[in-house]
Design a protein around this ligand. Sequence first.
Ligand SMILES: Nc1ncnc2c1ncn2[C@@H]1O[C@H](COP(=O)(O)OP(=O)(O)OP(=O)(O)O)[C@@H](O)[C@H]1O
Ligand SMILES: Nc1ccn([C@H]2C[C@H](O)[C@@H](COP(=O)(O)O)O2)c(=O)n1
Length: 240
Amino acid sequence: MSGLVIAMDGPSGSGKSSVSRGVARALGLRYLDTGAMYRAMTWWMLREGVDLTDPAAVAARCGEPELVAGTDPDGPTIHVDGIDVAGPIREADVTGAVSAVAAVPEVRARLVARQREIIGAGGIVVEGRDIGSVVCPDAPVKIYLTASAEARARRRSAELTGSSVDDQQAAMARRDALDSTRKADPLLMADGAIELDTTALSLEEVIGEVLSLVAKRRSSGGASGAHEFRSDRDHIPERT
Ligand SMILES: Nc1ncnc2c1ncn2[C@@H]1O[C@H](COP(=O)(O)OP(=O)(O)OP(=O)(O)O)[C@@H](O)[C@H]1O
Ligand SMILES: Nc1ccn([C@H]2C[C@H](O)[C@@H](COP(=O)(O)O)O2)c(=O)n1
């Protein structure tokens, strides 16, 4: 299946998941949450009692869990060794530990290989931290989503009961610092990416911006080449 790849990167809480799912739905594309894969790996490491302060211990075990990520934007799923971990991977213990696991090169090598298998010939919106720079550097559409630290914390805090904006902002700043300064595939804006600051935009407005960007690329022929516009879903017309 050949098709479009849209790479969506950005810091925590910038709206990658919500925007990617909305764009995938609108264009009839699949959706891959690579952060969920790093979280699932972390969930497994915690369950196994692996010492996460020891990168060699993490590296030695990271080939063991079987991760399966579903790509339906209406209901993305994530399983580890057949266990549905969609809920547990959002808990505070995993969120607090995931950056350490994601910094281990062997973990990244395994998950990037798996992500590329899932992406296959395309027809997908992929979100994470290194999609435009490492996982799919030839993606024809690369977006780098940002929003002010305060806006991101406010949005996240509205989603979670009992979490203050200040606490969220501090936790996000810590995670972003770890994700941006690690040696292996740090969070950065990829070459050719378009930065979209969503601080003053609603979710619907951001989705609209991305869709018009994709349409512009499409009409200018910028999405041709390795990844053509063809969806794996029936209702999207192929490019003529
Ligand atoms: N433009 C927007 N305006 C208002 N709220 C938004 C906007 N974009 C996203 N949100 C809300 O902000 C919260 C965080 O968004 P989302 O989970 O999509 O971010 P993310 O970048 O995927 O985060 P993470 O990297 O932590 O997984 C969600 O509650 C989402 O509904
Ligand atoms: N491509 C990716 C995706 C995610 N990570 C790391 C960095 C995050 O702190 C963590 C969880 O991601 P989230 O669910 O918050 O999007 O996973 C990464 O290193 N590379």
